[in-house]
Design a protein around this ligand. Structure first.
Ligand code: BTN
Length: 239
């Protein structure tokens, strides 16, 4: 099981629920837990992705963790996938020494492939933010038919890595960006997110509209030819 405690740098990660196997780490945290509580598993038997999809990885190959957040009432919590995505993107960049991008609203990309996904689920006044980061999967262990082609840090540079230091790094960066977001809103993290926008300038289809990604607005909505899109599925239109 992942040994995280000695590596923690802040308040996120305490208390820690580290298990060998569970259906989904998203279900291991609840309203009785304090902000910063983390659940992590070596293996999920029913990992969840956005829009009812599944998230799968062989045991011990990926970071599968959830963090409990208590944003102030009325906060635009759909922005938390971007805030979390920024933290994960920075960790990935630091590990690979390569640029990572954020594919609105919840994917982290390297070389046009998805290395991580974020899932923000809100209930009972809390948000459970899930992070799935592909670390040590071989090419054969990644889903072959994923909607967005997948990669792991290992398929990018060939290295096998310890999961715990990467997760500790994600948690420290998330705490920093989350605290800034609570204090000052999306503006506090906008430059980091906007400068990593994977969709900017790409032809895409979303929300029944086809056009070119024109960045994000200050509310974190995707702009397609100037029209803001609140949420949903983005499909790249190649060619
Ligand atoms: C997505 O790409 O659609 C989001 C994937 C989120 C996966 C993580 S793994 C840890 C946490 N537990 C889950 O069941 N899902 C999230």
């Amino acid at each position: 099981m992942i040994e995280l405690e000695p590596l923690l740098r802040g308040r996120f990660g305490r208390p820690l629920r580290s298990v060998e196997e569970t259906e989904s780490t998203q279900s291991l945290l609840g309203p009785e837990d304090p902000e910063g509580a983390v659940a992590v598993a070596d293996h999920q038997t029913a990992g969840r992705g956005r829009l009812g999809r599944r998230w799968q990885a062989p045991p011990g190959t990926a970071i599968t963790a959830s963090i409990l957040l208590r944003p102030p009432a009325g906060s635009p919590i759909q922005q938390l996938s971007l805030v979390g995505g920024l933290a994960v993107a920075e960790t990935v960049e630091n590990a690979l020494d390569l640029a990572a991008q954020l594919k609105w609203p919840n994917d982290v990309m390297v070389d046009r492939r998805k290395v991580a996904g974020l899932l923000a689920e809100a209930h009972d006044g809390i948000v459970v933010l899930g992070v799935g980061l592909n670390v040590n999967q071989t090419r054969d262990e990644l889903p072959p038919d994923a909607r967005v082609p997948a990669a792991s840090l290992r398929t990018v540079d060939g290295e096998v890595r310890d999961l715990a230091p990467l997760l500790a790094d994600v948690l420290a960066r998330l705490e920093l960006h989350y605290d800034a977001w609570v204090a000052r809103g999306l503006d506090a993290v906008f430059d980091g997110i906007g400068s990593r926008d994977f969709l900017r300038g790409r032809r895409l289809r979303t929300d029944g509209r086809e056009g070119v990604g024109a960045g994000l607005d200050r509310a974190g909505r995707l702009l397609v030819d100037g029209h803001p899109v609140e949420s949903g599925e983005v499909e790249l239109v190649e060619g």
